[in-house]
Write a protein that binds this ligand. Sequence first.
Ligand code: ZN
Length: 171
Amino acid sequence: MNSISAHGSRHPPRCLSNFRVAHAEAVADKAVQFRIVGSDSETEGSVTGHSLEVLNKNYQGPSLFVSPLTLLWKGAKAPAALLDTAMHGYHGEMRASATLRGSSTPSTYKCPQCGGTWFRFDATFRYWDAALDLWEDEPEIAIEDYFNGFSLSGKCTTCGTDSTISEMEKL
Ligand SMILES: [Zn+2]
């Protein structure tokens, strides 16, 4: 049987359908990372989402965004939806997501180093044993959509700093 990371690198989750995958790589036993670019191969974009520290007053840590996440490519007229945990990921697919999610006006992510808003993006999807069990029971299912963890990292195109823009588990 295929490993989930080998399968996933050939089958990007459906939330990436608004994008092109420039590079896919199994980064661990149960994780796949994609370099995402625009449908016209744009490489530089800004991201909007919802600040975790605004939604959860008890959160202390680096600035992180939760979904819905949207990317706007440099030069593009309209943003493209990237991820919404209400419908994407293991529990989202089952319409049973309990993950913290923003519903007010989204904000634009800023580089923690220089305040810049343009990045190149890597998205990582992680799968837990629950997804492997589901795949075993239903081999025909699009298991790539049933990820349990997601992170979005960005390399600031102004100063070159890498930052973690979003990091979500228990999806
Ligand atoms: Zn920067």
